[in-house]
Write a new protein. Sequence first.
Length: 121
Amino acid sequence: MTYGRSTPVDAPNILLRKPRGAGESDDRANAADNNVPPAERHIVPPRTARLTAGQHGAFDTLANGHPMNAAAYTDLVNRDKARLEALPIAHQEPAPNENSWYFDADSVPITYLPEFIRGKP
């Protein structure tokens, strides 16, 4: 039996690369001023629930007749508690946006359990 997904996949998350400039928000960059360098953003997949990943076979294995890969449990626990804000490239924005973070790097490693459409995350 194949399990079909009936829920939509969430939109990707948009992360700041630098602290936001005048007129910018998390998902809107200011491109109106030629004297300001272009704003950059990271696009990362949304987080998924353990239940959803399990229902789609993300932790299944056919080796030795075991229905679940035992090593996947440790990975699942670590990914479930992972937060992007804990990465060394994460920096808290200055006031008044101190509840927001920016990630000053060429790429952001995905340490949490990401959403997926087919196959394993």
